[in-house]
Design a protein around this ligand. Structure first.
Ligand code: ADE
Length: 231
């Protein structure tokens, strides 16, 4: 059975995994706690990576190099950018880009990397299919499949949200997944990101964010319970 790395954003989501983790073992690396055990019948390592791209990238490389995880699933919250997407909805990433990578003075398009084969990291097609299946069971919440953009910025302005949506054709924004995707891409490890929408990345974002955290945690439980046995 492949070992699955689960990177979650919040304590609430980790609790959900830990409650059902059999034979749990905790390991400390780089200030993060990695919980190894059996979840929904499969061997997993679950961890909170912290906020932002550096934390997320470091955490991902540790999962791959030290724990030898063969698949990586990232669960968390995101700000909705598409006008139809509401808090509580779920977005599965099919491609991921870093919106704060900006080498325009060197002649590169926004979000494009210097001397790298790609700028939009794709999710693994099998994991994407299993994520769709897992999402079909979400009660009272819609799900969307499309691009998620990542940057070291909490987006809380309607102008910026609209601009990211239009420029990158992105459904949602958050602060980790495209850096996890980049590390997985470089290591040839299948990756998927599934995010619950906590806010609309506008002026009320910080309030919605607090209110929708429990819903996001509930969505994460359903998704992981449904998806892990498929992986
Ligand atoms: N995660 C959840 N909401 C977000 C937002 N508005 N901007 C960045 N990351 C987020």
């Amino acid at each position: 059975q492949p070992l699955i790395g689960i990177i979650v954003a919040m304590q609430e989501e980790l609790e959900v995994v830990l409650q059902s983790l059999q034979q749990p073992q905790a390991h400390q690396r780089a200030g993060m706690t990695f919980y190894q055990g059996i979840y929904a019948g499969s061997p997993v390592v679950a961890v909170i990576c912290g906020v932002g791209k550096v934390n997320a990238a470091l955490c991902t490389q540790i999962l791959i190099s030290e724990f030898h995880t063969q698949r990586i699933i990232n669960i968390g919250v995101a700000g909705g950018l598409h006008p139809e997407i509401q808090p509580g909805d779920v977005v599965i990433a099919d491609t991921l880009m870093q919106h704060d990578m900006d080498l325009r003075p060197l002649g590169l398009a926004r979000g494009h990397f210097y001397r790298m084969d790609t700028h939009a990291f794709p999710s693994d097609p099998m994991l994407l299919q299993w994520a769709r299946q897992a999402c079909a069971d979400l009660k009272n919440h819609r799900f969307f499949v499309g691009r998620i953009v990542t940057g070291d910025q909490f987006i809380a302005s309607p102008e910026l949200a609209q601009e990211l949506h239009q420029h990158f054709d992105a459904l949602a924004c958050e602060m980790e997944s495209a850096s996890i995707a980049q590390v997985c891409f470089l290591n040839h490890i299948p990756f998927i990101c599934i995010r619950s929408i906590s806010d609309n990345a506008n002026t009320g974002a910080h309030m919605d964010f607090a209110q929708f955290t429990p819903i996001a945690a509930a969505n994460a439980t359903t998704l992981l319970q449904n998806m892990i046995p498929l992986c």
